[in-house]
Design a protein around this ligand. Structure first.
Ligand SMILES: Cc1ncc(COP(=O)(O)O)c(C=O)c1O
Length: 307
């Protein structure tokens, strides 16, 4: 795929917007959608639709297989060790709320500290603020420097013996700074601290290898990766996803339901309660293929060229 010709892949650029050609500079907020993704949503609803995971008729089994194929593609794309470490959510915001909420239930106690940076999106601040209120947890902030970056020293000096979680963005939506996640993880793990990464801007712009980064959680926003809205991804290390409680209750996430007790499903079902964004998940497979066809190295090269 030729990156200089890439606009041809996006039907919206054939439209006149207020009688003008469209110049779209808001991709960090949400990217436009290539034809392959739009067509896949249409094709799924037109020819293949069924809910997933609940029935054993032909369409349900086929849809479930397609849904699980996307999970495998995401696993490969971010180099997760296990496909069950990939949880579909309704957005990165929900993924980060899931992490804050479940860590709050099982892992954090009054007086514990969470370290954020001054460069966080609201989605990676407000969910932790809830814990500050409900569990009396303290939030500290690593300072931004004059270049708009967060050097590792600024993180290190804010760590205290009470720090239990460091939650940081990978690539800032405000300044474009790339945070040194691998170094942060090394430092954090040497002190028994969990690392949560808001990867909303990292995943569309950088090569992501969660095993190499060694973070405990990585949140992704699919609509910023040429994918549909209403979909996000939470990567979580298996040991954490197994240990933490479910986030929401409902169908699909349970194993056994009795009047006096309930057991929860295995990973990743435990975190995917209710009817999921089936069409969006299935179409997101095309977004990953689209990104792979261009090649993340070519995307990085192109961004450097236009910077
Ligand atoms: C850095 C960052 N974090 C989180 C979000 C929220 O993502 P979502 O829209 O998938 O909930 C955004 C979206 O603007 C973002 O840029």
């Amino acid at each position: 795929m030729n990156i200089d010709d890439i606009k041809k892949e996006f039907p919206i650029f054939d439209e006149k917007i207020q009688n003008n050609d469209l110049v779209y500079l808001d991709s960090a907020n949400s990217s436009q959608k290539p034809k392959v993704v739009i067509d896949r949503i249409n094709e799924f609803y037109t020819k293949q639709f069924s809910n997933v995971g609940r029935s054993i008729h032909y369409l349900a089994v086929a849809a479930t297989n397609l849904y699980e194929n996307t999970r495998l593609s995401v696993q490969k794309y971010i180099n997760a060790k296990d496909k069950n470490e990939i949880v579909f959510t309704k957005g990165a915001t929900e993924a980060l709320n899931l992490v804050a909420n479940t860590l709050g239930q099982k892992y954090l106690d009054e007086g514990d500290e969470i370290l954020l940076t001054e460069l966080e999106h609201h989605s990676n601040y407000v969910p932790w603020h809830y814990l500050r209120k409900s569990k009396n947890i303290k939030i500290n902030f690593a300072e931004i420097n004059d270049e708009g970056e967060i050097p590792i020293e600024n993180i290190e000096k804010m760590i205290t013996p009470k720090t239990k979680v460091i939650a940081v963005n990978h690539l800032s939506n405000v300044t474009g700074a790339i945070l040194p996640i691998k170094e942060i993880t090394e430092l954090a793990h040497s002190r028994g601290i969990i690392v949560v990464v808001d990867g909303c801007q990292g995943a569309p712009h950088l090569k992501i290898d969660v095993q190499d980064l060694d973070c405990d959680f990585y949140a992704i926003s699919c609509h910023k990766m040429y994918g549909p809205t209403g979909l996000g991804i939470l990567y979580g290390k298996k040991k954490w996803l197994e240990e933490l409680p479910p986030y929401q209750g409902g169908g699909g996430m349970i194993k056994e339901v009795k009047k006096d007790r309930i057991t929860y499903g295995d990973l990743p079902n435990k975190y995917e309660a209710g009817t999921m964004a089936t069409a969006q998940v299935i179409a997101f497979d095309q977004s990953i293929k689209f990104l792979e066809n261009i090649g993340i190295e070519n995307i990085i090269k192109h961004e450097k060229r236009i910077n």
